[in-house]
Ligand binder design. Structure first.
Ligand SMILES: Nc1ncnc2c1ncn2[C@@H]1O[C@H](COP(=O)(O)OP(=O)(O)OP(=O)(O)O)[C@@H](O)[C@H]1O
Ligand SMILES: Nc1nc2c(c(=O)[nH]1)N=C(CO)CN2
Length: 175
């Protein structure tokens, strides 16, 4: 069965756009995953732990035959392959992959919570997500995410860094 998932990507160490590019390339090369849509890349002020560099953030949409747990394991493996080290909670990282949504499912296990529990507070997630899916809402909530975003003060800390400019996600990274 084909499932639809949205992944939020972030990077604030090293060559940030190359890190996003490598992560998307790794995912798209896997059997069982197709990257079907993607946002522009945004440069964003750090949230949560503020003494760190600015992030690049974006959101991609996948079609996948993987279960939510398989998708999480895959994301963790891609982070690991790209050399991700976990040092400080909410601290700097070369690559971070968060599963935001999986179909319209609500999942709550020790390792995996979907919708991502902090996505509603994060303009750096909502702005790219709404760029590719403007009328999206959370499962079992009638409130469209667009109105959630309007209530977030830090949305001013999110600026377009590279506009989506073609059909191919990798066109975004070409110089
Ligand atoms: N929807 C989800 N997507 C990705 N990881 C999740 C999700 N729900 C729970 N997790 C768990 O969170 C762990 C990853 O936490 P991580 O160190 O990336 O947190 P963080 O990025 O610092 O903070 P945040 O979760 O606020 O983005 C994973 O090992 C996974 O078990
Ligand atoms: N702007 C921004 N801030 C963050 C980010 C992120 O991706 N972008 N990720 C965090 C941990 O998940 C904590 N803070």
């Amino acid at each position: 069965m084909m499932n639809v998932a949205y992944i939020g990507l972030g990077s604030n160490i090293g060559n940030r756009s190359e890190n996003l590019n490598e992560a998307i390339k790794s995912l798209s090369l896997l059997e069982g995953i197709s990257v079907v849509n993607y946002s522009s890349i945004y440069e964003t002020d750090p949230v949560g732990y503020e003494d760190q560099d600015q992030f690049l953030n974006m959101v991609i949409q996948l079609e996948t035959v993987m279960s939510p747990m398989q998708l999480l394991e895959t994301c963790l493996q891609v982070e690991k392959n790209l050399g991700r080290k976990r040092l400080v909670r909410w601290g700097p990282r070369n690559i971070d992959l968060d599963i935001l949504l999986y179909n319209h499912e609500n999942i709550e296990t020790e390792k995996l919570i979907i919708p991502h529990p902090r996505m509603q507070e994060r303009a750096f997630v909502l702005i790219p997500l709404l760029e590719i899916q403007p009328d999206i809402s959370l499962p079992e909530m009638n409130l469209p995410l667009q109105s959630t975003l309007e209530a977030i003060p830090d949305r001013k800390g999110v600026r377009i860094w590279k506009q989506k400019n073609g059909e191919d996600v990798f066109a975004l990274f070409a110089s």
